[in-house]
Design a protein around this ligand. Structure first.
Ligand SMILES: [Fe+2]
Length: 281
């Protein structure tokens, strides 16, 4: 299996952290003693001159997890083994810009019947990577209405006779949206899906916790959209403090064994991100 690249490198982390702290590179250099050229090089993905001491000072001033930041700089961010879920999770990875966006089908491994989270860039693109093992979708959920996550939802709704989809209030123009707010739960295809309202990356954003209805204490799956990535958080374009606050409260509310399925990048776990995510140290 090819290794799925992380959504963000060290340069992206510094960029997001600077923006959310309201600092520029010169101000960060003055506060840390790290030469401004090294900071600018790091933002351009050139990390060779950054010493461990530089990374420690950057982490301290920006309030980042030093261990996770150093691991990202040395290209060795820890990746947990993903196992033990009581259902099959099929990741559909679609190219988007210079990166990749994820959609997920959570299905009964024997029947292929289940629920969909996000729709990728468009229905045709989604169809091109649709797993044969996924036979029917009984409900579709949207994390947030940005085009690369919402594009395929209308086609899935029509193709599977769903009449609408679940998502944060607002939604996709011309399409029936059944809004889900904080703590609201839907049961579909034998799965219990509970929404967290998590504005931050954008004004309308939900995460979802998925468990089998018949086994509510089984290992859970968190569909984190653009709130939490392996090794990073969302950009906070609506609210940096919202991203941080919601990421912390959700990870704090879920067992460490919970598997996280982000909107970009590889899967991870709550325990891994609590320990290493640069923004959560
Ligand atoms: Fe995204």
């Amino acid at each position: 299996m090819p290794v799925v690249p992380l959504e963000d490198e060290l340069g992206d982390i510094l960029d997001k952290a600077l923006r959310c702290a309201g600092l520029n590179e010169e101000e960060l250099a003055a506060r840390t003693g790290v030469p401004v050229e090294r900071i600018q090089d790091a933002e351009d993905y050139r990390y060779g001159d950054l010493t461990d001491g530089d990374l420690r000072r950057l982490a301290s001033v920006l309030g980042l997890n030093e261990v996770g930041l150093c691991a990202l700089a040395r290209d060795c961010y820890p990746r947990p083994r993903i196992a033990g879920l009581p259902f099959c999770v099929h990741t559909m990875r679609l190219p988007f810009g210079v990166g990749v966006v994820n959609a997920y089908a959570v299905v009964n491994c024997a029947t292929g019947v289940g629920v969909l989270f996000d729709g990728g860039t468009g229905y045709e693109a989604l169809q091109s990577v649709w797993p044969k093992a996924v036979t029917r979708i009984e409900a579709a959920f949207l994390t947030h209405p940005e085009a690369e996550h919402a594009g395929g939802i209308p086609g899935v709704v029509r193709a599977h006779g769903l009449e609408g989809y679940y998502g944060p209030p607002g939604g996709i123009a011309g399409m029936e949206c059944w809004p889900l707010g904080e703590g609201e739960t839907v049961v579909a295809a034998g799965y219990q899906v509970t929404a967290f309202s998590t504005p931050g990356q954008c004004a309308q954003h939900n995460c979802y916790v998925v468990r089998p209805k018949a086994v509510p204490r089984a290992r859970a799956l968190l569909i984190s959209g653009d709130l939490i990535f392996a090794g990073s958080l969302g950009g906070g374009y609506f609210s940096c403090s919202g991203v941080l606050r919601h990421a912390r409260r959700i990870l704090g509310a879920l067992p460490g064994s919970t598997v996280i399925a982000p909107g970009h990048g590889p899967m991870t776990t709550v325990a891994n991100e609590m320990k290493y995510n640069p923004f959560l140290g």
